[in-house]
Design a protein around this ligand. Structure first.
Ligand code: AMP
Length: 420
């Protein structure tokens, strides 16, 4: 394993207390986005940062905010200093977790509260009353608390919109609008977003006069350290194929994406029936159930987590080696998001997509947008059969193609993954 280079972190302006937390992690060097943004954050600029999940973006804002709030801590100050807004409860919990970990060695402690629906409002109210420095929240529950005068955003020093595009995509525009109306005064605004559609830029313009736009050009595209396989199979055979591959290729641990809650439930039940240790995470589960599914998966009490996009958005599972697109995602951006959960921070990951006749055209579009071109493969005994609908006819499978150079590389990476 490469040596940790703490000097590189120190050069970004990070204090010894933050460095202690970094020392305890397995981070070797700052990620490109950390190198570029952290010094700018310390200079106090408003920033618009183009960042994907998996780029190390949480630390970009967590380290400077913790460091500055701790250094300027006034014990008698009871107002909230930093607000971090996220699109999902899972991402909120993950960000809070990172803040707790990174803040562990601060001499003047910085308190963090996660304000999300599905968890006890009474407990959140109680904690607020005792004074909180950083609130990590999804827009809905935050508004509840503001509406009841239990929380005020009038003295914010930092506002972070994490995954701003997702906040808007998930239909929180109106709620975000209301939250922003509650914020006044001078503060530093940091916007993190994977994409910059007009709706994001409109929000940015409303709350920040001239943010610096940081784009990380020199990052290896997320797909480069992810080995992508596309397996052609009839829709009805996907469940059997998955069980076959789990057995034959010794898949141990994977996030399996499906397109609906019903599909998540059904696939999970089928896997369990065949002896696979599986669980689900989807929108119909209560928050405690979702938290449990996630921690069961993270701590390897379950090996396969069947998830819908919304439930899985933003969740970070360290060193996930395999992501399976049992159903294709709706958009090319979601494809990148899904497979971005594997191959994190320099690790090799594997992403496998099952495609049937009806998915061919859609998968071409995904490839085009993601600027990739992938071989189609078929697994013996599970070949794609039957007629393709008229408009996708003519698609050629790489049938019978075995042990090409790529196949061998794939086998090699799989073996490495299985050993890890
Ligand atoms: P994020 O993009 O914030 O979701 O971070 C993705 C993953 O990268 C998390 O598991 C972080 O703990 C990890 N990470 C953050 N900074 C670094 C770093 N400098 N080196 C290696 N991994 C990192």
């Amino acid at each position: 394993m490469p040596m940790q280079n703490l000097v590189m972190f120190k050069e970004l302006g990070l204090s010894d207390e933050i460095l202690l937390a970094i020392q305890r992690s397995d981070f070797t060097v700052p990620t490109p986005i950390q190198e570029k943004t952290i010094p700018q954050i310390f200079l106090g600029h408003d920033l618009l940062i183009e960042a994907q999940t998996g780029s190390g973006k949480t630390a970009c804002f967590a380290w400077p905010i913790l460091q500055q709030l701790s250094a300027n801590k006034q014990e008698d100050n009871n107002s909230i200093q930093a607000l971090i807004l996220t699109p999902t409860r899972e991402l909120a919990l993950q960000v809070s977790g990172a803040l707790y970990r990174f803040g562990e060695f601060l001499t003047s402690k910085v308190s963090v509260l996660t304000v999300i629906g599905g968890e006890s409002i009474a407990q959140q109210t109680l904690t607020l009353a005792s004074g909180v420095d950083i609130v990590v929240a999804t827009p809905g529950r935050l508004l509840d608390l503001i509406g009841q005068n239990l929380l005020s955003l009038s003295a914010l020093k930092f506002l972070v919109l994490d995954e701003a595009d997702k906040i808007l995509d998930l239909g929180f525009a109106a709620e975000l609008d209301l939250v922003l109306k509650e914020i006044s005064g001078v503060r530093q605004n940091l916007f993190f977003s994977a994409t910059y559609p007009d709706k994001v830029l409109d929000i940015v313009k409303r709350i920040s006069a001239a943010p610096l736009h940081l784009k990380i050009d020199d990052v290896t595209p997320i797909v480069e350290n992810i080995f992508q396989r596309v397996i052609q199979v009839n829709k009805d055979n996907r469940g059997m194929l998955l069980r076959h591959l789990i057995k034959e290729e010794k898949w141990r641990n994977a996030l399996v994406f499906v397109s609906s809650k019903v599909a998540a439930h059904n696939l999970c039940e089928k896997l369990k029936k065949s002896g696979v240790n599986a669980g689900t995470i989807h929108g119909d589960l209560s928050q405690p159930e979702r938290n449990k599914a996630l921690s069961d998966f993270k701590e390897r009490r379950i090996d396969f987590l069947v998830a819908t996009d919304v439930a899985a958005r933003g969740i970070d599972i360290n060193k996930l080696s395999l992501v399976i697109n049992f159903d294709l995602p709706r958009s090319p951006a979601d494809y990148i998001h899904r497979i971005g959960r594997t191959g994190r921070a320099g690790e090799i990951g594997l992403a496998v997509s099952f495609i049937g006749h009806e998915d061919q055209e859609h998968f071409y579009l995904i490839e085009k947008r993601a600027q990739i071109k992938l071989d189609r493969e078929e697994v013996l005994g599970f070949e794609l059969t039957g007629d393709a609908p008229e408009r996708v006819r003519g698609v050629e499978a790489v049938k019978g193609k075995r042990k090409s150079k790529k196949d061998k590389a794939r086998e090699l990476s799989l073996n490495q993954i299985n050993k890890a």
